[in-house]
Design a binder for this molecule. Structure first.
Ligand code: PRP
Length: 212
């Protein structure tokens, strides 16, 4: 791994819809975000004055960078941590990026009726889905989709989906309804175990500011 400047704190942040809320939350905590919000295709954004460096990543990759120590801290949705095990600490819940992991389907769909075959479930979250239905004792056939998963019940690809619901607009626009809740989701700060020990003096004040 490339040698890191010991004084720089590297924060892995997710590109996408949570970034705006995150910048506001960082600003509130007195953490400069100019480098983060600047219009640019740069994936590393350094704020020389504060010694912070932001990495702009796909949300699913944030814990990987933190686990391997390429970043000291990361911001990620709990859904990502529920879907796969990572050896990271999650010291602060930011109370942003709030949504729900739900089982959804057509209004006529029932999760309780008797079936001749396993329930067919399309999702980007196979492990969460498998765990949920195993706990319920419902046999399922999982169909992995990368996105636009709402299409699956509409086209007959699957009976139901497991997906994130934030405003409910996507479900409504596609004639789907929620059938069961799996979990409440929000964004959390994650930390590299060794990094937190080695750079505690620089990292703790950031965590404290974000806890407030
Ligand atoms: C997410 C999620 C839903 C939608 C829910 O998809 O998978 O499709 O947002 O948001 P809403 O309740 O506010 O409508 P995203 O926009 O990330 O795109 P994707 O379908 O490609 O995953």
């Amino acid at each position: 791994m490339r040698k890191r400047n010991r004084d720089t704190i590297v924060i892995a942040v997710p590109k996408g819809r949570v970034l705006e809320q995150l910048s506001a939350r960082l600003e509130q905590a007195g953490i400069p975000t100019e480098a983060l919000t600047a219009k640019s295709r740069k994936l590393v954004r350094e704020d020389k004055q504060s010694g912070l460096s932001y990495l702009l990543l796909k949300p699913d990759d944030v814990p990987t960078y933190v686990e391997y120590g390429a970043a000291d801290l990361g911001i990620v949705g709990r859904d990502v941590l529920m879907e796969r095990d990572y050896d990271v600490l999650a010291p602060v819940d930011l109370d942003i990026g709030k949504c729900r992991m739900m089982v959804c389907g057509l209004p006529k769909e029932s999760l309780t009726g008797k079936r001749e075959r396993p329930l067919r479930v399309a999702t980007k979250f196979p492990h969460i889905t498998e765990r949920h239905f195993r706990a319920k004792g419902t046999p399922v056939e999982l169909i992995f989709c990368q996105g636009s998963v709402e299409l699956a019940p509409l086209t007959g690809l699957a009976d139901v989906i497991v997906d994130l619901v934030e405003t409910g607009e996507t479900l409504k626009s596609n004639g789907l309804v929620t059938l069961d809740k799996i979990a409440d989701i929000s964004s959390v700060v994650i930390a590299n175990r060794a990094g937190l020990k080695l750079r505690r003096a620089a990292i703790e004040p950031i965590l404290d500011a974000l806890r407030k």
